[in-house]
Write a protein of this length. Structure first.
Length: 161
């Protein structure tokens, strides 16, 4: 020991752990955060936040699916959103049928702008099972009923092969 250093100072140094500096990193599929696309980065941070924050306060999320493919939305976001909504209200703006329908939204609010009436905003709200809301989900999120039926026919036909 050095002169003018007491044994207590040595013990304080050894047991206070002030010399330790924790390091952490977030990774997605083995890639560091700084090597992810903007969509992957946003998703990873949102998922991390939702899993770590155990609050029961409502949370507002704006387009979590932005810049993501549907498979990533289904694989990463959907399970976390379904789990988190058990303990807190999630208010979400989305254009994704995977999120709105598969996460079983209790209420959907459709907003439309009436340009002929001074750009007045009209809101229609209800459950997914509501005929009006169901029509908006198919028209807005799925790209209209004919587009939805066309995809359904193609998906079904490909399953027969």
């Amino acid at each position: 020991m050095r002169k003018n250093v007491e044994v207590k100072d040595l013990y304080d140094f050894l047991w206070c752990f002030g010399y330790l500096e924790p390091e952490y990193t977030l990774k997605l599929d083995g890639k560091d955060l700084n090597h992810l696309s903007p969509g992957e980065r946003g998703t990873l941070l949102l998922v991390f936040y939702l899993l770590v924050d155990k609050s029961n306060k409502p949370i507002v999320v704006d387009q979590p699916e932005e810049n993501l493919d549907s498979q990533t939305v289904y694989r990463l976001l959907i399970p976390v959103i379904k789990d988190v909504k058990k303990r807190r209200q999630i208010i979400m703006v989305t254009h994704s049928p995977n999120i709105a329908v598969v996460c079983d939204a209790e209420q959907v609010i459709h907003a439309s702008i009436d340009r002929s009436n001074g750009n007045a905003v009209k809101y229609t709200m209800g459950a997914i099972e509501s005929p009006a809301i169901n029509r908006y989900l198919v028209d807005v999120l799925e790209g209209t009923r004919p587009a939805f039926d066309n995809r359904e026919a193609k998906y079904f036909a490909s399953q027969l092969s």
